[in-house]
Design a protein around this ligand. Structure first.
Ligand SMILES: [Fe+2]
Length: 159
């Protein structure tokens, strides 16, 4: 088997400087790469593609909820604008999923839309919140192994 170059390779330039968020972004990137591999390169059957698409959508929703709850907890001024972007993207992928279930193919246009959207969103919008969260006491090394959600709670209630 030859090594396949990833469609969207992780780059350190994508790091927002918050470990937990980076880990979640890596999972989203991995799902986009899997979708590209199975749908475009491997021309996998519908049920394989369908389950990756489903996982991508479910994980996207979970990840957006995490960011949005941080916006609410820390009262982030740009939270509403950011959340609107999430809503638009969710609508587009759920809409696409419906079309796929009705027979549409996953083509390179869809793949490049997913890749471009995530890249631009991380680099432009997500990177904007880092300094704000750090000022509010969020530690860049918090990740789920270290119960970061609990620590956010402590940092708020101990103030
Ligand atoms: Fe975001």
């Amino acid at each position: 088997m030859t090594e396949t170059k990833e469609y969207l390779p992780w780059s350190e330039s994508f790091s927002v400087g918050l470990q937990e968020i980076d880990e979640q972004h890596k999972i989203l990137i991995a799902l986009i790469n899997r979708l590209y591999y199975e749908a475009i390169l491997n021309k996998a059957d519908k049920s394989t593609i369908s389950s990756i698409l489903d996982e991508l959508i479910q994980y996207t929703i979970v990840h957006f909820s995490v960011e949005e709850s941080l916006f609410r907890i820390f009262d982030y001024a740009e939270g509403d604008t950011h959340q609107n972007q999430h809503e638009q993207f969710k609508k587009s992928i759920i809409n696409f999923q419906r079309k796929f279930e009705n027979g549409a193919q996953i083509d390179i246009e869809l793949m490049s839309f997913l890749r471009k959207w995530l890249k631009d969103h991380i680099l432009v919008n997500d990177k904007k919140y880092t300094s704000f969260f750090l000022e509010k006491g969020f530690k860049s090394s918090w990740s789920k192994e270290r119960s970061w959600a609990g620590k956010i709670w402590d940092s708020i209630t101990l103030k």
